[in-house]
Ligand binder design. Structure first.
Ligand code: URA
Length: 462
């Protein structure tokens, strides 16, 4: 008997099925993503599909199929030749969130201390990071303030750095998950960014393309988060955990508070500098929340990698690795292996002497009381407008722009004390961000009720 040819799948049928609430088959989703990458359908059709998904959502099988089709839409990183445990962390974006710059060296140091029989670090972190997006900063923009640091390694070089250092931090290449670049580009101007299903497929396709054994997700909640409500952030976390676990990657999500910038600085070079200070045992009090969150996330990663009995002992181990200097040594190795100049971090060099801002000003408290609230997203936008972020893709970012935080939520404030120092490349760039910060920093006579940093932990449902 003659084998039957599968019926051709037309993009318009996929769009109509989704629009009408009919479940899509794996084959339909696969064909649709492929047609998007091959450019054999119009952008209007992709946009219509995205809007249909925005309103109808995706069932678990559809979400798994979309994530998989996107993950395998181009090149992937194959970690199997390394014969090690691969683990990564992803944050859904925050203000002053520089945990990756601490976590990658912490995990690398743990992996280097426990090599496999083949001599590869026992844990590897193949971190593929992003650039500044909207009001949030980007790990790549921060790393690229280190002269020479190459975030565009080829896959063979990426693997070499992992073998040598236990961690490598690069950007998405044009060939890695091309479907995400196409879909994300359209989502950005079709009002379809904030779909938990599309965000899950976007983030998880990129993370799963790293061939991970385990993944820890930091899903932000609060005024600085992408998702507008706690319930939506939790839904996003649950979808990402289910999607990762379905693909065989141990996945845990922590819902963490983003009501104020994390740590002491928000910007590009200043965030690198804050992490180097911490790794060199110079712990500024404003960095306490950053250190705690980094250790907590690293603790979960060490636990999932079987290097700690519990996430709590993992966090203690992470702190030990930070304080003994092993994380700093691993950081220097990674920077050097990726072509970066370490002279600003070594010996007596003070990173604060490099990338000095040409213009600064301060936000001073107008009354006494307690720092009680701020719109953290607005603070993020102020940092971007100082020059740390971009108005459109491809714009250059300033290495020196950013802010230094002098008070945290709940702190007692005296009238006239500095709350924030702003840095920019020109005086003209200071006025608008200063006004934005003045409008959003609220001081009240009574102390505020604050949320804990870790709001909830989402693990696989049995
Ligand atoms: N970050 C991503 O990579 N994708 C999204 O959809 C949102 C945030």
């Amino acid at each position: 008997m003659k084998a039957l040819m599968p019926a051709p799948i037309h993009p318009i049928d996929v769009i109509l099925h989704k629009r009408n609430g009919q479940p899509l088959s794996d084959a339909e989703i696969q064909a649709f993503v492929q047609a998007g990458v091959d450019r054999t359908m119009t952008e209007a059709q992709i946009a219509a599909f995205l809007m249909a998904v925005y309103f109808q959502g995706l069932n678990p099988a559809e979400l798994a199929a979309l994530t998989k089709a996107m993950r395998f839409s181009g090149e992937t990183f194959d970690a199997t030749p390394l014969k090690t445990f691969t683990v990564d962390k992803h944050s859904t974006g925050g203000v002053g969130d520089k945990t990756s710059l601490l976590i990658a060296p912490i995990l690398a140091a743990a992996g280097l201390a426990a090599p496999t029989p083949e001599g590869v670090p026992g844990i590897c972190v193949p971190m593929i990071s992003g650039r500044s997006l909207g009001h949030t900063g980007g790990t790549l923009d921060k790393l690229e303030t280190i002269p020479g640091f190459d975030t565009q390694l080829s896959m063979p070089r990426f693997e070499q750095v992992l073998r040598q250092c236990g961690a490598a931090l690069i950007g998405q290449t044009p060939r890695l998950v091309p479907a995400d670049r196409i879909l994300y580009g359209l989502r950005d101007h079709t009002g379809t960014v904030e779909s938990p299903y599309l965000i899950t497929a976007s983030i998880m396709s990129k993370k799963l393309a790293e061939s991970l054994n385990a993944l820890v997700l930091d899903v932000k909640v609060g005024s600085g988060a992408f998702m507008p409500t706690y319930a939506l952030s939790k839904q996003l976390a649950e979808l990402m955990v289910a999607t990762g676990e379905r693909e065989g990657t141990r996945t845990v999500a922590l819902l963490t508070s983003m009501e104020e910038p994390l740590g002491r600085f928000s910007g590009n070079w200043c965030e690198v500098r804050e992490c180097v200070d911490i790794m060199k045992q110079d712990r500024h009090p404003m960095s306490a929340d950053l250190i705690r969150l980094s250790n907590t996330l690293a603790g979960w990663m060490l636990y999932l990698a079987d290097h700690a009995d519990t996430p709590v002992t993992g966090a203690a181990l992470a702190d030990e690795i930070l304080t003994c200097g092993a994380a700093f040594e691993a950081f220097l190795e990674i920077v050097q292996a990726q072509g970066g100049d370490i002279s600003h971090f070594e010996g007596e060099a003070n990173p604060a002497d490099f990338h000095q801002p040409a213009a600064t000003t301060q936000l001073l408290a107008e009354t006494s009381g307690y720092l009680s609230s701020m719109d953290c997203k607005e603070v993020g936008w102020a940092v971007q407008r100082l020059g740390a972020g971009r108005l459109k893709p491809g714009d250059p970012v300033s290495a020196a722009a950013g802010i230094e935080i002098h008070a945290k939520l709940g702190d007692r404030i005296q009238s006239g004390q500095p709350l924030v120092t702003l840095f920019a490349d020109t005086e003209a760039q200071l006025a608008e961000p200063l006004a934005m910060l003045r409008a959003t920093y609220k001081i009240t006579p009574e102390p505020p009720t604050l949320h804990p940093m870790i709001r909830e932990i989402i693990v696989k449902k049995d």
